[in-house]
Design a protein around this ligand. Sequence first.
Ligand code: BT5
Length: 281
Amino acid sequence: MPAPPLSTDLTLDAIRRHLRTRTVGQTLELLDETSSTNTVALTLAHAGASDGTVVLADHQTAGRGRLGRAWHSPRGSNLYCSIVLRRDIEPEHLANWLSWVPLTAGMAAARAMTCISDLRPMLKWPNDILMGSRKVGGVLCEGAGLQKRHPCVVVGIGMNVNVEANSFPDEFREHATSLAAEAGRQFNRAELLATLLRELETVWEELSAQSGAERVRGYSRVCATLGRTVEVQLLGNASVRGRAIAIGLDGSLHVRQDATGEGAGHIEPVIVRAGDVVHVR
Ligand code: BT5
């Protein structure tokens, strides 16, 4: 039988044929269209959805990024998915765990892309998946009950898969790309999704098993931000400019600020726990 056209590649059957996980994606809801898979997954999480539940949509009418920004989500060409993640975490480790969840999700997304395409995406701290300087995907984590001993997070991942590079809106066309635009061929989304879910399962097992130093080493290897001159917009109006020199054990970004004059070399780096990074050089 001839292969189905790629626009109909995202079916439950096709996903299950490729899926090799124990928990992540074993419960999976595939929607033709929704506002935002994160919104649906948050509702399911509040209603008690189990760890590893996945919501996937072919099209989002109100896909979102961080800080109320929009995520461009055309039909039939990309991946928009949200995963319910539940763990048993000691309260004193909660903040650390919460900062590593989005970083490790980005690592899993980059690994999955490499597995199916041989491309080598890198990560812009904290949540962008880049091919060169262009964004090919992003991660949005939202809490669904963090006050308890059993925190629950919804991890939303958007990947530009088969969308044409010239179809992005003007505002960010120069800064966006897709796997197909980079590789010069189309990809099967069911296979990519199943690979992503397997990689997520792996990174989240590693997150519980690894030492902090191993975690930092793993992330640093795929982090395009390290060594770059960056401009960081902190929450509020403040910003920091300098060289990104390290990832902290808590997943923070350490930035040595530009400074001149006596004693400049001894200024402690700024530790950034949340913010928007621009790679300047
Ligand atoms: C992100 O936000 O990068 C997180 C994106 C997460 C999207 C997924 S899709 C499944 C789940 N359900 C949702 O509703 N969301 C998640 P941020 O760092 O704030 O980046 C947003 C910015 O990226 C926008 O302001 C645009 O400049 C740019 N942008 C929007 N859509 C894009 C796209 N498809 N590809 C590349 N860049 C895009």
